[in-house]
Design a protein around this ligand. Structure first.
Ligand code: HEC
Length: 168
């Protein structure tokens, strides 16, 4: 196990390159955790930024038009479907090669446990997993890179709507 941890850590160092953060100078606990997604109960926003993240609100309501636009971004230029799957179940084609499973947005708990502002924080900063110490979860910063903030809000509202329509 120690060897595997060392290899994972090595890959982590390789991913972050010269930008070494001392917070990562430990084995990234949970890397490649068996059984799929990381724990949904644990926020992805660091505690010090959580209140600020939750205070961010979408500038528009989740009307049918906005949800349709969000869906087009999800399936189109946002490329979200490649990892999160066409239906948002976390089963996209690229998910197979990721060490951590992409979030399944059809899980009704997703909408219950997350505020839109927290999701915007992840879209802007990426996710370091439930420990905050896993470089390269695959969820990289998107808003400010290739999506505008407005498009980010549309796709967030769409993702949050998926849990409602889910038929088990
Ligand atoms: C390269 C693969 C990949 C792509 C592309 C991708 N994601 Fe992710 N996403 C992930 C992974 C893996 C996680 C899980 C990270 C974790 O558990 O911390 C994740 C997590 C998230 C979360 C956080 C969920 C939570 O529990 O708080 C949000 C929000 C999200 N993705 C939105 C998006 C949106 C919107 C897009 C498209 C604009 C997108 N993702 C594209 C891989 C991807």
């Amino acid at each position: 196990m120690r060897l595997i941890g060392t290899i994972a850590f090595g890959i982590g160092l390789w991913l972050i390159g010269g930008d070494l953060n001392p917070a990562w100078a430990v084995n990234p606990a949970g890397y490649g955790q068996a059984g799929g997604e990381f724990d949904i109960r644990i926020p992805r926003v660091p505690a010090s930024e959580l209140a600020k993240a939750k205070a961010m609100k979408p500038p528009f309501e989740a009307t049918p038009d906005i949800l349709e636009e969000g869906k087009q971004i999800f399936l189109g230029r946002g490329t979200c479907f490649r990892c999160h799957g066409k239906e948002g179940k976390g089963d996209g084609s690229a998910a197979k090669i990721l060490p951590i499973k992409p979030r399944n947005f059809t899980n009704p708990r997703f909408k219950k446990l997350r505020t839109p502002g927290e999701l915007m924080w992840v879209l802007k900063n990426g996710s370091l997993g439930q420990t905050g110490k896993v470089p390269g979860t695959g969820m990289l910063p998107i808003v400010g890179q290739f999506l505008s903030e407005e498009d980010g809000w549309k796709v967030i509202l769409y993702e949050l709507s998926l849990g409602e329509s889910h038929q088990p």
